[in-house]
Design a protein. Structure first.
Length: 433
């Protein structure tokens, strides 16, 4: 039976293990700034989506167009953004990207406040924000290893997902309440101001404590990064799964507003609760993965995508608003657990010289394909209802996960057969001797 001292110290050890990356000052500053700015971004997303639906008579196509415009630059420019991240100072690039995002939000605010906003303004804002994100996302993902080093990378990556989903829980809930109380203009202004936290955190970092490579990659470009990834079958399988899930399964910015408004006839605050339920599940998954210390197996990646597919399909059957919240919680957990498993398998298996480009490729296949998925799911939701869109996303994940299981089983079986054949040949040789 453990003594009282042991009972007191065990939770402390667990707490210390879970949050060990926060002992690094630079990462701590980065995390605080990101929580504030990402929370502002999610508040803005709630206001923007509600604004689009109100201006377009609840058009799924209009909402899908905004999503497509925001994510198309990720598809077209993220690989180049990853190349820039491998060649130039990541902290400087992030300072520029966050400043640009804040400036865009600030320019949008007076149009919303004065009521002069039109759909094309929102379309243009989404496109410009997508261009900035094409640089920011791969740079931010690869910058984590510079702040904490390789040993703490899995924990820091999981904590990054944790703070992101903390913001996703709080942002939509607060944004929905603020939207209902004072309107979308105030939400846009809060988002603009929130980027000052991210910029301040980056400026306060001690650059001498960053784990930078001794020399920058002076040769090679985007194509070299693609060739490197193509030469690694262990990277291709998780990247393929991420591509399908990102294309069809992760269109919640499109499906959740439609689910709230057209199925449950919810108000803005209730819409925020649906988004927060999804994020709360993701947050729990993020904390669950903080204990990971090494590269996850292919089985973990494939198993988590199958669970995600089943959960999203069931969400499409939710009969009531509380049931939808509960199923979205499970869906959010499975989605984040899968994304983290795939992220860690890809990032921890990549050569640091190519990591910016490999994570850019990860971003492209995960979020850059969203424009096409948004249009497909948007059309399906327009024709058959939003439940059909959720079913389609879940089914795509289930089918792809099953196919990956078959591929992995055949690979393992083939390797076992070769090993058995070599063992049998050696035995025969020994027998002859």
């Amino acid at each position: 039976m453990p003594d009282a001292r042991g009972e007191r110290t065990l939770p402390r050890r667990m707490f210390g293990t879970m949050f060990r990356s926060l002992a690094v000052r630079n990462f701590r500053l980065f995390a605080v700034g990101q929580v504030v700015s990402v929370m502002g971004t999610w508040m803005m997303i709630i206001a923007q989506d509600w604004l689009v639906l109100g201006m377009s008579d609840d058009s799924a196509i209009a909402l899908a167009t905004v999503t497509a415009l925001q994510f198309t630059p990720l598809l077209l420019l993220t690989l180049y953004g990853g190349r820039l991240a491998d060649r130039f100072d990541k902290r400087t690039l992030l300072l520029g990207a966050n400043s640009a995002s804040g400036a865009l939000a600030l320019l949008m605010t007076p149009l919303v406040v004065t009521g002069l906003i039109e759909l094309w303004h929102i379309y243009a804002f989404a496109l410009c924000l997508g261009v900035v994100n094409a640089l920011e996302v791969p740079t931010r993902m690869s910058f984590v290893s510079e702040m904490v080093g390789a040993d703490l990378l899995p924990n820091a990556s999981a904590l990054s997902a944790a703070y992101f989903n903390t913001a996703r829980v709080a942002g939509p809930a607060v944004g929905g309440l603020l939207l209902a109380a004072v309107g979308p203009g105030a939400v846009m202004l809060v988002n603009a101001v929130s980027f000052t936290a991210a910029v301040t955190g980056l400026l306060m970092m001690r650059t001498e404590e960053l784990h930078r490579a001794t020399s920058r990659t002076a040769r090679g470009g985007v194509v070299d990064g693609l060739r490197y990834a193509a030469s690694r079958p262990d990277l291709l399988l998780p990247l393929s799964l991420v591509g399908v899930v990102g294309l069809f399964g992760m269109n919640f910015e499109l499906t959740l507003p439609l689910l709230a408004r057209t199925v449950f006839d919810a108000d803005p605050s209730a819409f925020g609760l649906l988004t927060s339920a999804l994020a709360a599940g993701s947050l729990l998954a993020a904390f669950a993965t903080t204990a990971r210390r090494g590269r996850p197996s292919t089985g973990v990646v494939v198993g988590s995508v199958l669970i995600f597919g089943a959960a999203e399909s069931l969400t499409g059957l939710a009969p009531t608003f509380p049931a939808a919240m509960g199923l979205l919680f499970v869906t959010g957990f499975a989605a984040l657990y899968f994304a983290q498993a795939a992220n860690h398998r890809v990032q921890l298996g990549s050569d640091p010289a190519y990591r910016g480009r490999v994570m850019a490729l990860y971003t492209v296949v995960f979020t850059g394909t969203t424009p096409f998925g948004a249009l497909v799911i948007g059309w399906l939701s327009e024709e058959l209802g939003v439940r059909a869109g959720l079913h389609a996303g879940g089914l795509a994940a289930l089918l792809t996960g099953t196919a990956a299981l078959v591929v992995e089983w055949r690979r393992v079986s083939s390797r076992s057969s070769r090993s058995y054949g070599r063992s049998g040949t050696n035995s025969q040789k020994k027998g002859k001797e």
